[in-house]
Design a protein around this ligand. Sequence first.
Ligand code: FE2
Length: 324
Amino acid sequence: MLVIGIESSAHTFGVGIVDNGRMLANEKMMYDVGSRGMIPAKVAETHVKNASTVIKMALDKAGVTMKEIEGVGYTKGPGIGACLQIGQLSAKTIANALGVGIVPVNHAVAHVEITKHESGLKDPIALYVSGGNSQILKMADSPFKHYQILGETFDVGIGNMLDAFAREIRLKPAWGSTVAKLAEKGSYVPMPYTVKGMDFAFTGLLTYASSLAGKKSNEDLCYSIQETSFSMLCEATERALLLTNSDELEVCGGVAQSTRLQEMLRCVCKEHGFQFGAARNEYNADNGGMIAYVAERMLKDDRGEPLGRCDIQQRYRIDKAIVV
Ligand code: FE2
């Protein structure tokens, strides 16, 4: 089944095309966050400008025409409302014009599922880490097949926390990778560490690290905030693995691109003889390919929705989404 998937939950407008699980195209254009951060109306405006170009790029890359498309998927949420609407509208327009099935997809499910597919793991605990989300997840079968949230952030997502700190010490974008680069030359300064069972919180750490700006070197602060926050994730994830008798771990989402985080998680797994997996970075970053991948499976399972019910939901939690 030839399916097109559209992702637009934040700064990326991504379009993927799959055919029976085979990724034919995964194209994107992004809003330039610059020093302003994400202004929803401006990001949505950029998505409107880029939408048709990215769709054409994906069709060309896949070597198919629009008329051949047999199904459509789009990100329903979670994400920024104004941005989600552009992907939703693009998807509904395509589905309506072609008279094919359409399905709304949960963005977090797509990250977890594409990583499972890429890594070959069967039933992993998933550490989902991005700008707005930080969750520890496990597949559950009752009352429907879904991802149960074992642990999550009490306040901000780890990516947004690292970005906020980078702005605090006046680093230039891309903030997260600049923090990672400076961290390579830093030494450890003790920082607040907040893990409660399998949950964690980052704002105390952010406030403390920010209060040291100008008093300690940026290298030391970047190293310390990164090591502390990643250690918190590792502790909570290790607990989740042990309490659920799991022996596989995947990390997914934008922050999964961090080589240091992957190294630390791999170390946890090695200690216990567990399998560790991550996707290629093009699937850790936001992308349309993962939406197409999940949409095809959902459409084949008859999970398509009538056009009138194809809505968006800014706070669409992963445990509310049926997984097929
Ligand atoms: Fe994402």
